[in-house]
Design a protein around this ligand. Structure first.
Ligand SMILES: [Zn+2]
Length: 308
């Protein structure tokens, strides 16, 4: 039993411009670092296929999908919000990223692999049911959750989102759905400035002040998440894995280090071991300092790969 690593060259073809932080170089940095550490040899590399329209419709309405199709240019770039651009290869990459998440659920649920990491872009957690924003088009983690609930008939799926930005899109989609428990930590007040106060019982928000120490962060997260997760007893754990709370990250003001991501992953692995038969699917969200991102993903994967 191994860790699946979902990767595809076409993730790199979505390119929002030379100045854009959500760049193809992010994936290149991760893959090259994994080659340096040798961890790439231990992973089960999977080339995903595109998600189907029917699968997208589990989360996003047809008129939204159609609107994105119409907006995608045949050349150049168009912006769907001030931060988010589409180009000719964007939706292909987005369908592959979402498809990888669905396929990862299928592989983990059928015990082909223990767990999986989807090393994809564009990311997903800012994509609301009918709104693309924050570099995101389709909500990858929500699509994974719906696949697990509908196709695999699970009753309880946990989503853990440790990206430094709140996963407003995921909250928009899963809020009030008692089959899903979403636990997240994020810098606050901060982008995306929405859905923070929209409280449903299944949403556990841990807002973190800028410049919070890693020790304090660990305490807040442990106190906020663990009991809820253990009471919920998830049958599958999904991670929106953003690494932009790293102290080197240029986009935010939290101070986590690579070892804090190792700690976070160990905590999540322990929850999955207790309740989910070790089943975890982690999907890449943010992380914009290339070296910090690569090191943190490597630490995250070392922990996932240590599960047997
Ligand atoms: Zn982020």
């Amino acid at each position: 039993m191994t860790t699946a690593f979902f990767s595809h060259d076409d993730f790199m073809r979505h390119n929002m411009g030379p100045e854009h932080p959500e760049s193809p170089e992010r994936l290149a940095a991760i893959i090259s670092y994994l080659a340096d550490t040798g961890l790439d040899q231990k992973l089960d590399w999977v080339r995903p296929e595109e998600i189907t329209r029917d699968q997208l419709l589990m989360v996003h309405p047809e008129n939204y999908l159609h609107q994105l199709d119409l907006m995608q240019p045949t050349r150049g770039r168009v912006f769907t919000d001030p931060d988010t651009a589409m180009m000719p290869d964007t939706l292909r990459a987005a369908r592959l990223a979402a498809g990888a998440n669905v396929q990862a659920v299928d592989m983990v649920m059928s015990s082909q692999v223990t767990n999986a990491f989807v090393c994809a872009r564009p990311p997903g957690h800012h994509a609301e049911r009918a709104k693309s924003m924050g570099f995101c088009f389709y909500n990858n983690v929500a699509l994974a959750a719906m696949r697990a609930l509908t196709f695999h008939h699970l009753e309880r799926v946990a989503i853990i989102d440790f990206d430094v930005h709140q996963g407003n899109g995921t909250v928009d989609i899963v809020s009030g759905d008692e089959r899903i428990l979403m636990c997240s930590s994020f810098q606050h007040p901060f982008y995306p400035h929405s859905h923070v106060h929209r409280q449903a019982d299944n949403i556990v928000n841990i807002p973190i002040e800028a410049n919070c120490s890693p020790e304090e962060y660990r305490k807040l997260v442990e106190a906020g998440w663990l009991k809820r997760l253990n009471d919920f007893k998830p049958q599958l754990v999904l991670i929106s894995a953003g690494f932009d709370a790293h102290r080197l990250d240029p986009m935010a003001e939290l101070n986590l280090d690579t070892e804090d991501y190792r700690w976070l992953t160990e905590m999540i692995v322990a929850v999955a071991h207790e309740h989910s038969n070790d089943r975890i699917i982690s999907t890449l969200e943010g992380g914009y300092h290339l070296r910090a991102l690569a090191e943190s993903v490597n630490a995250h994967l070392e922990v996932l790969d240590s599960v047997y």
